[in-house]
Design a protein around this ligand. Structure first.
Ligand code: PMV
Length: 323
């Protein structure tokens, strides 16, 4: 009753921000993402009737503040398979945790895949994505590789997540500028709920989501980089604008975040194939055409406030690596 799985973070190009139903962790909007390759979460799970409780370590240390969410994830399986014993879960990230690099996405995607194998539950990818989504909205997307869309079911019963284009079909590169390795002050769930309750822009955010999703889906289908850049930057800035307008306003950026965005805009105006996106943290992700990756990485690395630059390509979905 043990297994190890890996999963990669994903980066939303059309963002998820807001919940339609907090108790079911149902997103208020669909989203489109890319799954990365070189950043990895490796999660091992071992079920053992001799354990008196569920245990969780993150990067080798007990993580009591995360245990509740891990237990809730295990309980989703226990609700389907009665009699599942306590588990020991160990998760290791190859990148800074909780700093806007989607560690919860790769973490819960790896966890559901490892648990499914350890319990021999035999769930298909769509079912695994739905379980991951209940733990962390963005985690559903890390079940799949390449370009991924999470769609809301029109009847409100859940989401359908799946690949819209394989990684090898359009091998974009991603340069991540790490501007701070500190954990973010306000997690995405708290930030979303605060935005829904207090931002006057929230209705506009919801009303414009479908148009962005359609434009991004079409751009991915056509491999139209300029169109994908335009809708992705718009979705990112709109997500941050709706959060800025909350009371008090949410500001996930630091000074270096802004400097990176300005530099990437200069490069794009000079004809370099690059656009930016930023999640609920200060890191900047530059999405590049393959030939632009080196130039973009050099330009970001030399900016003051950029501590480190990470390079990724597009990767595969969550998978079992050991039993
Ligand atoms: O899945 P969560 O609860 O970590 O929320 C993710 C929110 C964003 O990263 C800001 C946007 C997204 O779609 O990934």
């Amino acid at each position: 009753m043990h297994a190890t799985a890996v999963a990669h973070p994903n980066i939303a190009l059309v963002k998820y921000w807001g919940k339609a139903d907090e108790s079911r962790n149902l997103p208020a909007v669909g989203s489109i993402s890319i799954t990365l390759d070189t950043l990895v979460t490796t999660t091992s799970v071992r079920f053992d009737p001799a354990l008196g409780e569920d245990r969780f370590t993150l990067d080798g240390r007990p993580a009591p503040d995360q245990l509740e969410r891990v237990r809730a994830c295990l309980d989703l399986f226990r609700a389907r398979l009665p009699g599942v014993p306590h588990a020991e879960v160990a998760s290791v990230n190859s990148f800074p945790t909780a700093a806007g690099l989607a560690s919860s996405a790769s973490g819960f995607a790896a966890l559901v895949v490892a648990v499914d194998r350890a319990l021999e539950a035999g769930l298909d990818r769509a079912e695994l994505a739905e379980l991951a989504r209940q733990c962390s909205g963005s985690a559903a997307r890390s079940i799949f590789g390449g370009f991924v869309e999470l769609r809301l079911r029109p009847d409100g019963s859940g989401c359908d997540t799946g690949q819209i284009r394989a990684a090898a079909d359009w091998p974009l590169q991603v340069v991540v500028a790490i501007t701070s390795a500190e954990a973010k002050a306000i997690g995405s769930t708290a930030g979303m709920l605060h935005t829904e309750r207090t931002s006057p822009y929230y209705p506009a955010w919801l009303a414009t989501s479908k148009t962005d999703l359609a434009a991004a889906r079409q751009a991915v289908e056509d491999r139209d980089f300029a169109a994908l850049a335009a809708v992705s930057e718009h979705s990112c800035l709109k997500m941050h604008a709706v959060a800025f307008a909350a009371r008090p306003g949410l500001l996930y950026w630091n000074g270096a975040t802004v400097e990176c965005i300005r530099r990437l805009r200069e490069l794009a105006s000079a004809g370099v194939g690059v656009f930016f996106t930023v999640d609920a943290g200060p890191q900047v992700k530059a999405i590049c055409l393959p030939e632009a990756g080196d130039r973009v990485a050099d330009a970001l690395a030399e900016l003051p406030g950029v501590a480190k630059v990470l390079r990724c390509g597009l990767g595969e979905g969550a998978r079992v690596v050991g039993v």
